[in-house]
Design a protein around this ligand. Structure first.
Ligand code: NAP
Length: 305
């Protein structure tokens, strides 16, 4: 069995390591986090591996996962390259070059180019690792975007397929916009949920009631988007061209900003305007007439009172 070492066994790293260990895909070798205590916590979660205090004390491995924060990947790769040069960590069971990969959605494999003697790849699971215990159950079925060296991609394709994920291949040039698309639909959906709850709170509706009220309609909207596509899923005042309703909602948000003097509230009106204006081409496709679209465009771009 091939050995996997991990630098950065946080939310993603420890989840993948535990799944791979339990399915017999990799033998987990050394684990290095910023602190030894955190690495020990990761090995306890994984149920395998040895905590290392730093990169120079990590053992040899066939495969290295660099799962630190995106901004630390290049510097970590440079430290790993130095380790490869000065120790036998470069040795692999198959006597071929080790595979070094990261899981960033935005960065290409070349972020690891300091490890020039290794086969480099990136493998981005399209999954939110918010809570590792939940991800153990929820990751299977996800798509993983692979990019980089062909040998490394083949190895990672086998590893992710073994935990019931499906792999696609991307070019280095595709990665930034590919990841941005995922941020828009996933991370910004969470931001919108937060802004929605703030708006409910301003109406005096508590968070628990608001979430109960929102859950079915948000789930239904997500399902409609996937089943029918955005053009048919869009409903509401924008799609209907209810200009007076949009005007009243904008006035309410603007009044809120003025009354509360809370720096968070102006962003509610700003997001409402920006998303409303961005949604007009979609609303036109759903049947909104050109005159109403133009009036709404003017309304969304009026200066705040
Ligand atoms: N979270 C997601 O939903 C998700 C989804 C897809 C891809 N990814 C990608 O996965 C990677 C890791 O993300 P994450 O969410 O798992 O991050 P995370 O939970 O913050 O974990 C990062 C880990 O890296 C360690 N670390 C940071 N700098 C280090 C260094 N210089 N040397 C050694 N260890 C270091 C941290 O150690 P300490 O514990 O000691 O601080 C921590 O354990 C990122 O590239 C991210 O883009 C994440």
């Amino acid at each position: 069995m091939l050995t996997l070492n991990i630098i950065g066994a946080g939310k993603l790293g420890r989840t993948l390591a535990r799944l791979w260990s339990e399915r017999g895909v990799f033998r987990i070798g050394s684990i290095c986090n910023r602190s030894l205590a955190s690495a020990a916590e990761a090995t306890a979660f994984i149920g395998a591996g040895t905590a290392s205090a730093d990169i120079p004390s990590m053992g040899p491995a066939d495969c290295w996962l660099v799962a630190v924060a995106d901004d630390a990947i290049e510097a970590t790769a440079a430290a790993l390259a130095a380790h490869f040069q000065s120790h036998c960590a470069h040795q692999t069971a198959t006597h071929s070059a080790p595979v070094v990969f990261h899981c960033s959605g935005a960065l290409p494999a070349s972020a690891l180019s300091a490890c020039s003697s290794a086969a480099l790849a990136s493998a981005h699971p399209v999954h939110s690792f918010a809570e590792p215990l939940r991800s153990l159950d929820d990751l299977p079925g996800s798509v993983v975007a692979l990019e980089g060296d062909a040998t490394a991609r083949a190895l990672l394709n086998n590893a992710f397929t073994a935990v019931d994920c499906t792999c696609i291949t991307l070019s280095p040039e595709q990665k930034v916009l590919y990841h941005t698309g995922s941020v828009m639909a996933c991370n910004y959906l969470t931001v919108l949920m937060d802004l929605s709850l703030q708006t409910f709170a301003a109406a005096g509706i508590d968070g628990r009631t608001a979430r109960k009220l929102l859950a079915p309609i948000v789930m239904q909207t997500a399902k409609n988007n996937f089943d029918l596509g955005p053009q048919k899923a869009l409903t509401g005042p924008l799609a209907r061209g209810d200009i007076r309703t949009v005007t009243r909602q904008l006035e309410a948000l603007s009044a809120l900003a003025g009354a509360e003097q809370d720096p968070a509230h102006p962003s509610l009106a700003m997001v409402y305007r920006t998303l409303g204006d961005a949604g007009l081409p979609l609303a036109r496709q759903t049947g909104l007439d050109a005159t109403s679209a133009q009036k709404l465009h003017i309304l969304f771009n009026e200066q705040k009172p």
